[in-house]
Design a binder for this molecule. Structure first.
Ligand SMILES: N[C@@H](CCC[C@H](N)C(=O)O)C(=O)O
Length: 260
């Protein structure tokens, strides 16, 4: 079998994108997807995303983590699939699409800056040392003092597998405040089982958590990741967050043919 693929990255969170409107990609083949995402034996990526037909939106997004398993929402992947849909001439400067967590709306400008509406957040659990919330994917958020030298992989894996989050696990974000409305974030991603350069649902969770913790008064927050800067804006009514937008660049890297 053979299929064309496109490689995209959103602030360093990288994805193999496949136009599967023909329904010809072997999406139940976990081993194949894991191998395609492998950085030594495959193309290399944090995840693989299928663009499929949908009856009442522009397209459907199906997201797989680098371990080959279908997972919950990917914010950076959601931004990249909008740029991909534009490249394929499916959309012009805005889109509606379905993902595993529901319907999304997005806009894209002439510089491929994508603003993606994320699902509403109605529950934020605040504990003594951390916050937990679901922004389409589950996220543990913890403030740390020394973010630059922090062992994200070891400590992130420890929290992910600690039993706090059961078999499902969680993504784990470590945060340090810079200026008032600016935070640096490093994320351990479930399903990649490593630190990634950026996580879209992760920075969305961090922005909301920092607002709930009164670390910022603003409803627009800048998030500095290892792979670049993202912006998150929202409307707030106590612990209810609506009109949440994740904004940043989505970049085409290369195109190729895969065979299996
Ligand atoms: N990189 C993503 C998050 C992808 C899903 C996550 N690994 C999970 O399984 O929960 C993002 O940009 O949001």
């Amino acid at each position: 079998m053979q299929h064309t693929f496109y490689k995209y990255q959103g602030t360093g969170n990288d994805f193999i994108m496949v136009d599967n409107r023909t329904d010809t990609f072997s999406k139940n083949n976990t081993k194949l997807i894991e191998k395609l995402c492998d950085r030594k034996f495959g193309i290399g990526a944090d995840g693989l995303i299928l663009l499929e037909n949908d009856s009442d939106t522009d397209f459907r997004m199906v997201y797989f983590n680098a371990d080959g398993n279908e997972s919950s929402m990917c914010g950076n992947g959601g931004r990249c699939i909008v740029a991909f849909a534009k490249k394929l001439d499916i959309i012009d400067d805005d889109a509606t699409f379905k993902a595993i967590d529901g319907r999304h709306y997005a806009t894209i400008d002439e510089n491929d800056i994508v603003s993606l509406q994320m699902k509403d957040v109605n529950a934020v659990a605040v504990y003594e040392n951390y916050v937990f919330l679901d922004t389409g994917s589950p996220h543990h958020v913890e403030l740390v003092d020394e973010l630059e030298t922090f062992d994200v992989k070891t400590i992130g894996a420890g929290i992910r597998y600690s039993g706090l989050y059961g078999d499902k696990g969680s993504n784990v974000n470590f945060v340090k405040q810079g200026e008032t409305d600016k935070f640096s974030v490093r994320t351990y991603e479930r399903g990649v089982e490593d630190e990634t350069l950026s996580c879209g649902t992760g920075v969305t969770a961090v922005a909301i958590a920092m607002k709930v913790l009164n670390k910022t008064e603003n409803n627009t927050v800048l998030l500095n990741t290892e792979g670049g800067e993202l912006e998150v804006s929202f409307k707030q009514n106590n612990k209810q967050f609506t009109e949440i937008y994740l904004t940043g660049p989505a970049t085409f890297v290369f195109k190729g043919e895969m065979k299996w």
